[in-house]
Design a protein around this ligand. Structure first.
Ligand SMILES: Cc1cc2nc3c(=O)[nH]c(=O)nc-3n(C[C@H](O)[C@H](O)[C@H](O)COP(=O)(O)OP(=O)(O)OC[C@H]3O[C@@H](n4cnc5c(N)ncnc54)[C@H](O)[C@@H]3O)c2cc1C
Length: 382
């Protein structure tokens, strides 16, 4: 690595000082993007501060990460940077599931079912790679196999199964935060109106800071960023105490193009997340009752093992209904450098529906950009 720096992560924005012996990073945002960025920067010796409006423990419509399932179902196209992000992240999530129980990540089989009648659905388009007979990740994940026709449920034409991971976000986000604290990352509550103000949140008063912008959906309004390509994709879910034997995703539903069917059981008593919806441009934070009823009905139909024999939806034991807004960005997630009002900024936002499963890959790229930025700073000073 070149010099060490100071980084502020907003929603995760991080600032790095290259010439400091102990560099500082400020991140303004405490979602999965900001926390992962802060952690990796601190592991690499930078001095990091995080400033965010919401922190682990909060449940708010402007804070997506706690609402995610979250699982590893790669939807990226082969040969793209997104596929590389997914590939990199798989290795770290696998390590956490195998060796770090306190992270709240566990192994669970992933199943995908393809119905011929969904071939033109929005979901089938979204999941096009997942639905292939041999997706790019088939050789990257353990135990990838095609499900024999005789084992497929009625109406399903094709299915695959592999060993994957499910993340209990209620454990994982505090875990990331605690790992940051262990490495002297500082945390501060703050709602920024302009990205350049992040620099004020680093505990030192140096002017040489790199800010990492990890503000998710907040990037659509944050001053200096105001990215008009960022829009919400609303996801409504139901969290239940019932347990599913495997994660299941289906290529579509009979309830409209913006509804989806997925089930995943979280680690360590985290319950089972039933989904869901995929509603682009919908900002509503209120769970819709009839949508919730459809979500639960579909879940019991696709996974009767969730409830006792003979029971239907009434066998589901609801913990809570939830809504999260995926930070979707037209044209793809943004991991790049920019100078804004004299402040060096590295963006890491817009992951839409893959913020967890791409988190380490996106962070790896963002950290490289932070360190490039610091390298230029040092050169300029020589
Ligand atoms: C229902 C649902 C299911 C999902 N399932 C999965 C899944 O299975 N797998 C997967 O990989 N992904 C999944 N996702 C997507 C994933 O949750 C997101 O991609 C990810 O959480 C985005 O994280 P983030 O850190 O970019 O944003 P956020 O978690 O929203 O964090 C943004 C941070 O920035 C802060 N912030 C914003 N604006 C400002 C400001 N002006 N000043 C200060 N701070 C600010 C916020 O307070 C917050 O701390 C799902 C999402 C939903 C809604």
């Amino acid at each position: 690595m070149g010099g060490k720096g100071k980084v502020v992560v907003v929603g995760h924005v991080s600032r790095t000082f290259k010439w400091c012996q102990k560099p500082l990073t400020i991140s303004n945002s405490a979602g999965v993007a900001g926390l992962t960025t802060a952690l990796i920067l601190s592991k690499r010796g930078h001095s990091v501060a995080v400033v965010a409006k919401h922190m682990p423990g909060d449940y708010d419509i402007d804070y997506t990460s706690p609402w995610a399932g979250a699982n590893y179902y790669p939807i990226s196209t082969p040969g793209t940077r997104e596929a590389e992000w997914d590939r990199v992240t798989f290795a770290e999530l696998y390590r956490l599931a195998a060796q770090v129980p306190e992270a709240g990540v566990h192994f669970q089989d992933a199943i995908i079912y393809r119905r011929e009648k969904d071939s033109r659905s929005v979901t089938a388009d979204w999941f096009s790679e997942l639905l292939k007979e041999r997706p790019w990740f088939a050789s990257a994940v353990p135990e990838f196999r095609t499900i024999p026709k005789s084992d497929l449920p009625p109406g399903v034409d094709f299915g695959t199964r592999w060993k994957s991971m499910c993340i209990n976000t209620a454990i994982y986000l505090p875990y990331l935060l605690s790992q940051c604290l262990k490495r002297q990352v500082t945390f501060c509550r703050g709602a920024l109106t302009h990205i350049r103000d992040a620099v004020n949140f680093h505990p030192t008063s140096s002017s040489d800071i790199v800010v990492v912008n990890c503000t998710g959906l907040g990037s659509s309004t944050l001053g200096g960023v105001a990215d008009s390509r960022v829009t919400p994709v609303r996801g409504q879910t139901v969290l239940v105490r019932n347990i599913a034997p495997a994660m299941i995703v289906v290529s579509g539903t009979d309830d409209g193009d913006d509804e989806v069917m997925y089930i995943m059981t979280r680690a360590a008593g985290g319950g089972t997340v039933l989904g869901g919806t995929y509603q682009k441009g919908n900002w509503s934070s209120v769970p819709d009752k009839s949508t919730a009823e459809r979500i639960m009905k579909r879940a019991v139909e696709w996974c009767p093992e969730l409830v006792s024999k003979g029971e239907g939806v009434e066998g589901l034991d609801v913990v809570r209904h939830g809504v999260g807004l995926r930070p979707f960005r037209e044209g793809g997630a943004r991991v790049e450098r920019e100078a804004i009002g004299g402040v060096r900024v590295v963006h890491n936002y817009g992951a839409g529906s893959f913020g967890y499963q791409a988190s380490y890959g996106m962070t790896e790229e963002a950290v490289k950009l932070v360190e490039e930025s610091l390298g230029e700073e040092v050169k300029a000073r020589l």
